[in-house]
Design a protein around this ligand. Structure first.
Ligand code: IMP
Ligand code: MG
Length: 174
């Protein structure tokens, strides 16, 4: 039987907020170029919608990571499944994520990517669950929505690889 999904954020709400965040990035990086790093797979829908709304010059790259350990808890040890194609030397990097939960994945990634000498690195996330943060040092520059501690799907986010394609963000009712 299909799961019941309660809508948390509609497609209109999400798209409106992405436009606002894109406008802020256009302003902050005026006269500069940005290099967006999409964290696969969850970040892909958000990255596309964000990139379409940027008017500054944009380049894109993709990275796939998985945290070691099973279950829903990330261990903090991150395995790079697919690395970037391009070097980061001298670039204005923005990491684009679907959601920041414990912050373990990003805390690790930032350390790894900093060693590649970008000009700077900022974080942009569609969703943030600050209640769950373990790695308090992770500073997020651009957040679309801060949400309570609920497991969400849609707009790239999955539950067992399903629901990434939903155009809105919802909670699977159990
Ligand atoms: P963390 O910040 O290292 O704990 O892990 C973040 C990753 O866990 C995200 O990139 C998602 O892939 C996954 N994740 C965390 N919360 C959710 C959720 O509510 N729905 C779907 N995936 C989630
Ligand atoms: Mg993810």
């Amino acid at each position: 039987m299909a799961d019941k999904i309660r809508v948390l954020l509609t497609e209109e709400e999400v798209n409106k907020k992405i436009s606002e965040v894109a406008a802020q990035i256009n302003k902050d990086y005026e006269g500069k170029e940005v290099h967006l790093i999409c964290i696969l797979k969850g970040g892909v829908f958000f990255t596309c919608e964000l990139a379409k709304r940027l008017t500054i010059p944009v380049s894109l790259d993709f990275m796939s990571v998985s945290s070691y350990g099973s279950g829903t808890k990330s261990s903090g040890v991150v395995k790079i499944i697919k690395d970037l194609d391009e070097p980061l030397e001298g670039k204005n990097v923005i990491i684009v994520e679907d959601i920041i939960d414990s912050g373990r994945t990003l805390a690790y990634l930032i350390e790894v990517l900093k060693q590649r000498n970008p000009k700077n690195i900022e974080l942009c996330t569609l969703l943030d669950k600050p209640e769950r943060r373990v790695k308090k040092q992770v500073q997020v520059k651009y957040t679309c929505f801060t949400i309570p501690d609920e497991f969400v799907v849609g707009y790239g986010l999955d539950y067992d690889q399903k629901y990434r394609n939903l155009p809105y963000i919802g909670v699977v009712e159990v």
